[in-house]
Design a protein around this ligand. Structure first.
Ligand code: HEC
Ligand code: HEC
Length: 459
């Protein structure tokens, strides 16, 4: 097909050249070159079933194809009218900058995988844009109606949200930061660091590894490696296993179902039965999370967002979740939970900072946590800091903490069991129990948790 078009173009050129002045002949040559370049090098990108190099960073919503129309004139005008072509300096065209984005990727592996595709796209567009920009007829084609311009269907905010680096950053904050909850069984790289305090940890890990193999070691050395492995393994789960990350039904991912589940039952001889990796799930490690605790909430928050991104499920900026939780090692401990809060009821805390300039509490909370009521009437929650929407200075994913000072703590109690139906829910005024001011030190870790008694909470 390509060759036919090319031969036709060549025939046309040689035929017409005989009867034309040399200036007109040059123009015909330029036009046919542009046409041939378009057919040979741009259309294959348009028709290819493979994603373009943009997929190196954009998991959904944008592809180089989105900018191509099956006509060279229309494609050129569409790019020109969007400001993606620089007519005087074609090599500085913004569409080329977008294609070259992949060069800046800090992840060498990803950069290499897409290098060939990227280079082919770049050379194709550069050659074609140069020829078109030099052609007065093309340059002067009338403006295209905005509605006809070829571009991604989703708005920029959605395209930005669906980026791989944002998903990784969110994974670091919501999942990776909580991995010590899975120590030592799934965290081979943390064994050295902590084994002085936990001399038995290495042995526990070794025994499980011997019995269940490499699938135990899903927390790798870095968050990127962890995520890559989890995604790859989840595409082809073992027979009779739910995927560790379930893109179809995020709440049915083993990543959350396993730690929510109990150890398997014992058989007649007193041995544990084989753990189940399909519903009802059982977990070799036993129950490590409650549906009402902060770790579950943050795991599920990430899983739902990831699933929606890869399924291209966001349409407008209003659909996007805030994705603004930053982990800390600071813990809030509430004691004296009243009898009216049954064991395992979910309790949420919103923490507000004092603004001394305005002599008032900040209107938006600076931190959030939740936890279930324990049989000893305690509630523990590890704080997540909340970045304000549109905050210009980004918080640090690795080390965020609240400074000591005066804070207002508001407590919400899930007596209506609303969290069961929607684990990501933030409880509202109807669930409000009471609030109190505290002078907090916010030291790190469970043993030094910031304490507060439920008797201090007032409406
Ligand atoms: C190395 C990673 C990377 C590659 C590859 C990449 N982009 Fe992007 N892209 C980004 C980043 C980062 C942003 C967000 C920029 C920001 O927030 O200011 C972005 C944003 C965008 C946006 C939203 C508008 C904007 O300017 O923020 C569009 C449209 C876009 N890219 C198109 C593309 C196209 C088309 C390709 C492939 C030809 C591509 N990108 C390849 C990293 C990349
Ligand atoms: C005390 C040890 C222990 C702890 C702590 C533990 N697990 Fe496990 N986990 C196991 C064992 C043993 C298995 C293998 C048997 C099974 O499938 O249940 C397992 C299996 C899993 C699997 C299945 C992996 C696969 O590919 O099949 C997932 C997912 C998982 N655990 C998640 C977690 C998470 C998340 C945490 C922390 C919040 C956690 N576990 C804490 C012992 C533990």
């Amino acid at each position: 097909m390509k060759n036919v078009a090319l031969t036709m173009a060549a025939l046309f050129v040689s035929y017409t050249l005989c009867s034309l002045s040399s200036a007109a002949a040059d123009e015909v040559i330029a036009q046919s070159e542009a046409l041939a370049l378009f057919e040979q090098r741009i259309m294959p990108i348009f028709r290819s079933p493979q994603p373009s190099s943009c997929v190196q960073c954009h998991l959904a919503s944008v592809d180089l194809k989105n900018y191509i129309l099956p006509s060279p004139e229309k494609t050129f005008v569409s790019l020109r009218d969007q400001g993606l072509i620089d007519l005087t300096h074609p090599e500085k065209s913004k569409i080329l900058t977008l294609i070259q984005m992949g060069e800046k990727d800090l992840e060498r592996g990803a950069k290499l995988i897409h290098a060939k595709t990227r280079q082919a796209e770049y050379e194709a567009f550069l050659a074609w844009i140069k020829v078109c920009s030099a052609d007065a007829k093309m340059r002067e084609l009338p403006r295209m109606a905005d509605a006809d311009v070829a571009k991604p269907a989703k708005p920029d905010a959605v395209i930005r949200h669906n980026r791989k680096d944002r998903i990784v950053d969110s994974f670091v904050r919501n999942v990776w930061s909580q991995r010590m909850r899975c120590f030592p069984c799934h965290t081979p790289f943390e064994l050295d660091v902590v084994s002085k305090q936990h001399p038995k940890a290495r042995e526990t890990h070794r025994q499980f590894e011997e019995k269940f193999g490499q699938r135990m070691n899903f927390f790798k050395e870095t968050p990127e490696a962890t995520l890559r492995q989890l995604i790859t393994n989840s595409r082809k789960p073992a027979k009779g296993h739910l995927p560790v990350i379930n893109v179809e039904e995020p709440a049915k991912s083993l990543l959350v179902l396993k730690p929510l589940a109990k150890v398997p039952a014992k058989d007649a001889s007193g041995q544990f039965e084989k753990p189940s990796s399909t519903e009802p799930v059982t977990h070799g490690g036993g129950k490590k999370m409650f549906a009402d605790d902060q770790t579950y909430k943050s795991f599920l928050t990430w899983l739902q967002d990831y699933s929606r991104v890869v399924r291209d499920g966001y349409s407008s900026p209003g659909d996007l979740p805030p994705d603004n939780w930053y982990p800390t090692n600071q813990v809030l401990k509430l004691s004296d939970a009243p009898e009216s809060w049954p064991t395992l009821t979910g309790v949420q805390f919103s923490i507000y900072a004092w603004n001394s300039d305005k002599a008032a509490w900040e209107p938006e909370p600076v931190a959030f946590t939740q936890g279930p009521v324990t049989p000893r009437h305690l509630v523990f929650g590890t704080l997540f800091r909340l970045a304000a929407k549109g905050q210009s200075t980004k918080l640090d994913s690795q080390k965020e903490s609240l400074p000591p000072g005066k804070y207002l703590v508001k407590a919400y109690v899930d007596l209506q069991h609303r969290l069961t139906a929607d684990p990501l829910l933030l409880l509202s005024e109807n669930d409000f129990y009471g609030q109190t001011e505290i002078q907090a030190q916010w030291r790190e870790g469970f043993p030094q948790a910031q304490t507060l008694s439920a008797t201090q909470l007032k409406k």
